[in-house]
Design a protein around this ligand. Structure first.
Ligand code: MN
Length: 216
């Protein structure tokens, strides 16, 4: 079974994560929709979280949010993973690279992490270069979508950028517009807002409650 969570923010007691670790078998996979926070803040708490998270012996894949240490995440070796490329952090944990389409349990997942932080985070020094999409990443994503006849089962982004929310990122807004107008999909899952809600029946915001793909 595939499960989803978002915005763990360096909390090893995050309810959905604890539940997943308890119940997951070898056949399960948790996908986190960004803001995990590995090596994000330079604190003892973060060190402990990062060590604990990376020692989880259940399968986890994640896209990045805006509150990530991008240089750190991208420093891991790139491996083939379910038909795409991913960074391998441990034997159990991978980071899903922007623009890849992965086939898991026969379903296609288009993934694109990252979004723009508000100024307060930058002012606080809690910010790393790499949160916003580059032209190269967008081109790679669009080419991959075209190679798949612009049709996937699930779209996974950290933020659903549709022009209605603060701190818009133009590259991400353009990509989301393309996805909405040109790509056929079943559900689009995102996080970022730290609450669970539906934008509409296809666009769903995920948070700390462990949700299985069957519940969607
Ligand atoms: Mn976020």
């Amino acid at each position: 079974m595939i499960y989803f969570l978002s915005d763990v923010h360096e909390d090893i007691n995050f309810s959905g994560l604890k539940k997943y670790v308890e119940i997951a078998t070898d056949k399960d996979l948790l996908i986190i929709l960004g803001d995990v926070g590995l090596n994000f803040t330079n604190t003892e708490e973060n060190k402990l979280f990062s060590e604990n998270f990376l020692s989880i012996n259940k399968k986890i894949a994640f896209i990045e949010g805006n509150h990530e240490n991008f240089g750190y995440i991208n420093s891991f070796p790139v491996v083939k993973w379910n038909g795409g490329l991913a960074h391998k952090l441990t034997d159990n944990i991978v980071h899903l690279i922007r623009g890849n389409i992965y086939t898991i349990d026969g379903l296609k997942f288009f993934t694109f992490g990252g979004c723009k932080s508000s100024q307060k985070w930058k002012d606080a020094g809690l910010w790393f270069l790499g949160e916003e999409a580059t032209e190269e990443e967008i081109s790679f994503a669009v080419q991959n979508l075209k190679n798949n006849e612009n049709s996937v089962d699930y779209i996974l982004t950290h933020k659903y950028e549709n022009g209605a929310y603060e701190n818009q990122s133009l590259p991400l807004l353009n990509l989301c517009d393309y996805l909405d107008k040109k790509v056929k999909f079943n559900k689009w899952l995102s996080g970022h807002w730290h609450r669970e809600f539906n934008y509409d029946e296809k666009h769903i915001c995920i948070y700390d409650r462990l949700i299985s793909i069957e519940e969607l």
